[in-house]
Design a protein around this ligand. Sequence first.
Ligand code: FE2
Length: 337
Amino acid sequence: MTQHEPRGVVHWIDHYVVCTNDLPRWEAFHSAVLGARTAPTPAEVLDLGIFQTFTQGRHGGFIARTPLPPTRGLGKGLPRYAFFVDAADLDFHQARLASAGAVFERPVRTSAEGVPGVALYWQDPDGNQFEFWAPDVMPAGAMVGCGPARVGRISHGVFEARNLARTADFFKRYCGLEPLRDKARATDTLVLPMASGGRLIFRKVDALEGRTTGCGLPDAHTALVVRDGDFFFNLKRIWSELPEWEFDVSSGDVVAKREDMPPRTVLHLSAGGRRFKALTKRGDDWFDWDTNLFHFYGGEPIDGSMSVYEGRNIGHYIAQIEKEPGGALRLLELVGA
Ligand SMILES: [Fe+2]
């Protein structure tokens, strides 16, 4: 840990998931645009959708329960996920977007989201919003393993928030992130730089667009990387202060006014998440104030730096703990359950 790094601070976005109404179309489109390859998907996830890998990361397309709402469009619809790219490759990326039939705009220079660079906005056939982001200064590790498609790590996620001050307090408390104070930043925008690279960005809105529903998976969600040794520290902190929402979306139940519910934890709909809930009575997914869904993800530094890390999911931690005699009890101690 560096001298000034708060314990439990978020370093990167590891992965995200968006929803689709046509999974084969989603798979083919993102293979063409990102050079992504469909990953072997665990059986318990197959009901939800699939994952693809690219660069050092991965992303998912999960089948929406209902038709997705209309998007607010390029550069406006939220959530939006972005990828580091080199400025010299922007023509190459536009050519690939065009041949995939993507909706996209010419690249624009901007610093409205706190960092100067060039943004190329595009959307997939479901109206999910994306961006190729060429910053003036590339963080260490951002382009490692980018492959022939020249697409780097996930650079940022942009989310809706109805009260930016409330959101800033929330992410400072549970993710160790401090707002960027920058005059170039748009006034309706909260920018939270992560410790190793990239940003979480929140845009002030009066009403939510509806692509995050506050139900949990298969909704869009974002996995936030914390140091391997901080994974349980972060869970313990969030569990000690937020309530558990006893809701399982697979029940088919409909809960009214989810957009008005406060931050809370909830079951992560995977075998690992279900096992974790059985052991601890808590879920490891969590909502912010505005139906955005997150979970933590462990990162083991490679060569002593979090610029490049080895990812650890919840299944890894459970397997590790259950191998030990008395491991389940130790898990309860770790998370204060
Ligand atoms: Fe995830």
